[in-house]
Design a protein around this ligand. Structure first.
Ligand code: AMP
Ligand code: TRP
Length: 330
């Protein structure tokens, strides 16, 4: 049987080139090899304060970007998390099989709770909801960026714990995380020690998939570089240039060695100029498909069909676990 792939992206005002190169680009590849389910995780977005109107638009736009980036709704299934109540329901059942201690250790929770004034209970239990997303579909493989490694480890631990206690209930999923040199962790353009993040206050630190060409050129021109002038891949000594090289490589198809070779006689200026054009060329077709998908009703129809498909996959797993827990049939 074909392997099943599941992944999710939070709806927010922007989807960055980090999201694209670290995750969505792999979604597009995997749809040809496996049964794929991709989710806009709106319930996850609610763990931090959201403007309702913006969340509404961002949810539709994230789904549009999935399709614009090349996910074919005939091949893969796209849906919105909150449209399938089984996610929230399974999440509660898993929470009652998860421990305060293990959730407290999640580094993303520690980071986010240190940054936010309001720390909701939802922010704390967020990784359990993510486990529910994955386990509900008996997913084999979960393509994500490097920052989700710990959450996937937790998902595996929860699944194994429940299987041991109640008998085989959930498939224990495998992570699919690219190496850093292959996009697993795209760094900020203004600080190569931090990952590129859509929640950053400084828009110069990221490239949004919807940034207009001139803004992309400007952001790449002002991206920080390292001392020296040679274009060389070295994560330790040249973190900023290495990051730009990874973006170059993934957008152009050239290997890191080929890029080093191509720029062995030029400095950062020419390299950045070319990189900007390559990023613009990569994002142009995505942006024009995105605009087509803004036609009223188009994405809504795809999401309705997706919801109907996944509900059928989710139901038997949830019912089985309810029975095992001793909940009376409904
Ligand atoms: P999020 O926007 O947090 O929902 O992330 C969606 C997907 O993009 C997840 O698989 C993340 O791991 C991935 N991702 C987010 N930021 C980056 C980044 N800077 N580099 C690589 N992957 C990323
Ligand atoms: N937590 C993930 C992120 O912030 C998004 C996510 C939610 C997810 N549920 C998921 C990713 C299930 C993979 C599988 O990037």
């Amino acid at each position: 049987m074909a392997k099943r792939v599941f992944s999710g992206v939070q709806p927010s005002g922007v989807i960055t080139i980090g999201n694209y190169l670290g995750a969505i680009k792999n979604f597009v590849k995997l749809q040809h090899e496996a049964e794929c389910i991709f989710c806009v995780v709106d319930l996850h977005a609610l763990t931090v304060p959201q403007d309702p109107k913006e969340l509404y638009e961002a949810t539709l736009n994230t789904a549009r970007l999935f399709v614009a980036c090349g996910i074919d709704p005939q091949k893969a299934t796209i849906f919105v998390q909150s449209h399938v109540p089984a996610h929230a329901e399974l999440s509660w059942l898993l929470e009652c099989n998860s421990y305060f201690g293990e959730l407290r250790r999640m580094t993303q929770f520690k980071d986010k709770s240190a940054k936010n004034e309001v720390v909701t209970a939802g922010l704390f239990t967020y990784p359990v909801l993510m486990a529910a997303d994955i386990l509900l579909y008996q997913a084999d493989l979960v393509p994500v960026g490097d920052d989700q490694k710990q959450h996937l480890e937790l998902t595996r631990n929860i699944a194994e714990r429940i299987n041991n206690r109640f008998g085989q209930t959930f498939k224990v999923p495998e992570p699919y995380i690219p190496e850093r040199s292959a996009g697993g962790r795209i760094m900020s353009l203004t600080n190569p020690d931090e990952k590129m993040s859509k929640s950053s206050d400084d828009p110069k630190s990221y490239i949004s998939l919807l940034d207009p060409p001139d803004l992309i050129r400007k952001k790449i021109r002002s991206a920080v570089t390292d001392s020296g002038r040679e274009i060389r891949y070295d994560e330790e000594e040249k973190p900023a240039v290495s990051n730009l090289m990874v973006i170059y490589s993934l957008c152009s198809g050239l290997s890191l060695e080929e890029i080093e070779d191509k720029y062995k006689d030029s400095g950062y200026g020419q390299f950045k100029k070319d990189l900007a054009e390559i990023v613009v060329e990569t994002l142009e077709p995505i942006q024009s498909r995105f605009n087509e998908l803004c036609e009223p009703g188009k994405i809504e129809k795809i999401l309705r069909e997706g919801k109907e498909r996944v509900e059928k996959i989710a139901a038997p797993t949830l019912d089985d676990f309810r029975n095992k827990l001793g909940l009376v049939e409904r």
